[in-house]
Design a protein. Structure first.
Length: 399
């Protein structure tokens, strides 16, 4: 790999030490490294690798490949692929999720299982894509190795990109930067900085550490990612399939086109757990995918999910969109209002509500919501497009 213009592309499972590695690399490479966290910057090319370029010899971009669509064969790129044991990663990410979303009503245990089901599918896809087969341009970084031997990891990165640094220089940089960069701060008592370097915390001390749910999650991940078997923390659960496993298995059947099998799997799950809102949500999404006459069946499933979990913004969003598709604009607006009440700090959800108001002909209210979103701060190009749509529709009707 050429040492000139090399792009480092971070592809990390969330909470696997990306910011820690980035801070260490910045300390080692100094002005030779430019860092890009593109999704939080408004004036950005939003391409991978960065197309803007600057005077720095190397660029480093953050990414999680959450939708598993990032190309694996970009030219002039070294992918830094970071991963972590499932339970510790899930607990840390759950803390961040709760802190960043600002729920008015704390999500339920069933919602946690639903969230972990999505994470299970992501883990399986991530390992299959990035780590199961050798890719010459991938450098895999295990979280435990990063915190246990940061000097060794940095030496390997520098060697791969042709950045000549002595071991003493790297050790000095690590000594200066020892610890974890946490943005934004999450649960108190977390990983910390000390004279001896990184001090990991006990994930068992987190309020998000719910052993029964996490044991189901861990078992589901390890069944699909045996490479992580040595990291098992919890005993394998016994008993009938859980709602989490039902959600994962039905999604896997949908992914291979077996919609009938997915339907049967969800029906079995609902027979065991008839008041689980997220099984109804999944059944509704399956019916919605069929289209046609199944649309009313899908809407009924979404309504049942909202009855069982009346404050979950994800369920409410899907229900509002179903009403919207059916032309029931006032019902959609009513649900949109409930979403904003649950997530008052979410720009995206507030703009969705603004669009619903606009489509219902309530331009003054729609413009007010769009203005409120602007005051909160808009960086996503899609959000700017929603504001434009609301503004233009109001202007056209005012003529």
């Amino acid at each position: 790999m050429s040492s000139s213009g090399t792009s480092l592309v971070g592809v990390s499972i969330p909470r696997s030490g990306h910011h820690y590695l980035a801070s260490l690399l910045q300390a080692v490479l100094g002005d030779d490294l430019s860092y890009c966290e593109f999704y939080s910057v408004q004036d950005c090319c939003r391409s991978v690798p960065c197309s803007v370029g600057n005077a720095a010899r190397f660029t480093y971009q953050k990414g999680h490949d959450l939708d598993l669509t990032m190309p694996v064969d970009l030219t002039g790129v070294l992918y830094l692929v970071q991963y972590r044991d499932p339970v510790a990663e899930a607990v840390s990410d759950r803390e961040l999720f709760l802190a960043a979303t600002g729920f008015t009503t704390l999500p339920s245990a069933d919602q946690y299982s639903h969230w972990l089901a999505g994470k299970t599918l992501y883990y399986a896809g991530f390992f299959a894509k990035w780590l199961r087969r050798p890719i010459p341009t991938v450098l895999a970084v295990d979280y435990e190795r990063l915190v246990g031997d940061p000097v060794g990891v940095l030496e390997e990165v520098c060697l791969r990109i042709g950045a000549v640094r002595s071991r003493d220089a790297i050790q000095e940089a690590v000594a200066r930067e020892a610890g974890v960069v946490r943005r934004p701060p999450i649960a108190p008592g977390g990983e910390s900085r000390s004279m001896d370097g990184f001090v990991p915390r006990r994930v068992e001390d987190s309020p998000c550490y719910q052993a029964e749910i996490l044991s189901e999650f861990e078992a589901a991940v390890l069944d699909r990612v045996p490479e992580l078997s040595s990291k098992r923390r919890l005993p394998r659960p016994e008993g009938p399939p859980s709602a989490l496993s039902t959600l994962v298995e039905s999604a896997e059947l949908v992914a291979i086109g077996d919609y009938a099998g997915a339907g049967r799997r969800l029906a079995d799950g609902l027979a065991r757990c008839p008041v689980n809102a997220y099984l109804h949500l999944a059944a509704g999404r399956l019916a919605a995918a069929a289209g046609g006459t199944a649309a009313s069946e899908a809407r009924a499933a979404f309504q049942r999910a909202a009855e069982l979990s009346p404050t979950d913004p994800e369920i409410l969003f899907v229900l509002a969109d179903a009403y919207r598709s059916a032309g029931e604009t006032e019902l959609a607006v009513g649900v949109g209002r409930r979403i904003v009440a649950e997530l008052p700090g979410s720009v995206g959800h507030r703009l969705f509500y603004a669009v619903l108001l606009s489509e219902a002909g309530r331009d003054e209210d729609a413009l007010g919501e769009a203005s409120h979103a602007g005051q909160q701060g808009i960086t996503d190009p899609h959000h700017h497009e929603l504001v434009r749509q609301v503004s233009e529709r109001a202007a056209q009707r005012a003529r």
